[in-house]
Design a protein around this ligand. Structure first.
Ligand SMILES: Cc1cc2nc3c(=O)[nH]c(=O)nc-3n(C[C@H](O)[C@H](O)[C@H](O)COP(=O)(O)OP(=O)(O)OC[C@H]3O[C@@H](n4cnc5c(N)ncnc54)[C@H](O)[C@@H]3O)c2cc1C
Length: 349
């Protein structure tokens, strides 16, 4: 009997699997290899809400765990996935300049917001009111990390590439059975596709489609995450990524002309040079009504768990939510109220 079955190998399922490896637990990951938001995501991490210049929920703890988890992926898979890159927030008008000055002088924000406002040092970047640095930001190469981790799991015989068939799942007090597989527990990490899961489809997970453009600029741009309405990030040489869109109505997985036009419009607010589009991708973020993740066990089944609701910030949230869930399962430690699945029990019948 295995300790765990994990359904979904996006950033949530992968972080949970990494934790199980660290703790010496046995497990099998099941993934259909389709529609992985984590593979479309640019993987930017940033502890500041860039609209309001305030800190995100549990910013410092999440940053620490992000470095620990993706550092462990690097060691395990012998590859580099973390790249520290400054974020340069382009200020839109005098009001934003004023707000930035006020916020960046606040004690709790000082480690994250630089007080200095600079002017552009590259003529193709538009910064009429200047730009300022958000510190402790960067990018996780999520797609590369998850592909290498998938290979690792395949080699260890811990990966099943198939659509999880919910009707084959048998749940008892001792554990779960799925075909010929028995495990003490099952953890569902299906991202937006959780809405197809009959056990958890009562949850208020809302899909928000996002698109990304890969472009080649005519000249190399300064390495930074340039952020106005959207962001522009040089990836390597003249190749850059720009994103994103937020669409709650069109929940298809294909990139659209509308999304492309929107991204090109916002790109012009940052970059005035010529470029060629190389690639255009789309995915669906699993967001939640109250903008917090959903972690915990099913109201009726103590051996059936959920790790979901990573929303727009999977890179920062997945490591900490993994810690919350693991501590709850193995040691009975109460999950933080704001992320706890219990807040939605009234929706379950
Ligand atoms: C355009 C875009 C840009 C983004 N940029 C960023 C960013 O820069 N930084 C950031 O932190 N976040 C970003 N995000 C958000 C991030 O992608 C998500 O928070 C995160 O990927 C969600 O991870 P997940 O593991 O929950 O879901 P997913 O990555 O979607 O993984 C779920 C996995 O479960 C599998 N699965 C589902 N159902 C089944 C089934 N029945 N059987 C078998 N397998 C199944 C799926 O195939 C998939 O592989 C972005 C998202 C989008 C769409």
């Amino acid at each position: 009997m295995l300790d765990y079955v994990i359904v979904g190998q996006g950033v949530a399922g992968s972080c949970f699997a990494l934790k199980l490896i660290r703790e010496g637990k046995t497990f099998l990951a099941v993934d259909n290899g389709r529609h992985k938001a984590s593979s479309v995501a640019v993987g930017i991490y940033n502890p500041v809400v860039l609209k309001r210049f305030s800190l995100i929920w549990k910013a410092e703890e999440q940053l620490k765990l992000l470095n620990q988890y993706f550092g462990e992926f690097e060691t395990l898979l012998n590859e580099k996935f973390i790249e520290e890159i400054p974020t340069y927030r382009i200020l839109k008008n005098q009001d934003e300049v004023k707000t930035w000055k006020k916020k960046s002088s606040m004690e709790e924000l000082k480690p994250f917001l630089s007080e200095e406002i600079s002017n552009s040092y590259d003529s193709s970047i538009e910064t009429p009111f200047g730009f300022a640095e958000v510190k402790q930001t960067g990018r996780i190469e999520l797609n590369k990390c998850l592909n290498h981790f998938q290979q690792y799991l395949i080699e260890k015989n811990q990966y099943l590439n198939e659509e999880f068939n919910y009707s084959k799942l048998e749940i008892s007090e001792e554990g779960i059975r799925y075909g010929s597989i028995s495990a003490k527990r099952i953890v569902f990490c299906e991202g937006f596709q959780v809405l197809k899961n009959p056990l958890f489809n009562y949850l208020p997970v809302i899909g928000v489609k996002g698109e990304v453009l890969k472009i080649e600029t005519e000249a190399m741009l300064p390495k930074a995450i340039w952020k106005a309405h959207n962001f522009l990030m040089p990836e390597s040489g003249k190749i850059c990524l720009t994103a994103s869109t937020y669409d709650r109505d069109d929940l298809t997985y294909e990139p659209t002309e509308k999304g492309k036009a929107e991204m090109e419009h916002h790109l012009k607010e940052i970059y005035t040079g010529n470029y060629t589009i190389l690639d255009h991708t789309a995915g669906i973020r699993p967001t939640v009504v109250d903008r917090r993740p959903i972690i915990g066990n099913h109201p009726l089944h103590p051996n059936v768990f959920l790790l979901n609701g990573m929303g727009t910030r999977g890179t920062l949230l997945a490591p900490q939510m993994t810690e919350f869930l693991y501590e709850f399962i193995e040691f009975g430690k109460e999950i933080d109220r704001e992320a706890n699945i219990r807040r939605f029990d009234k929706l379950w019948k």
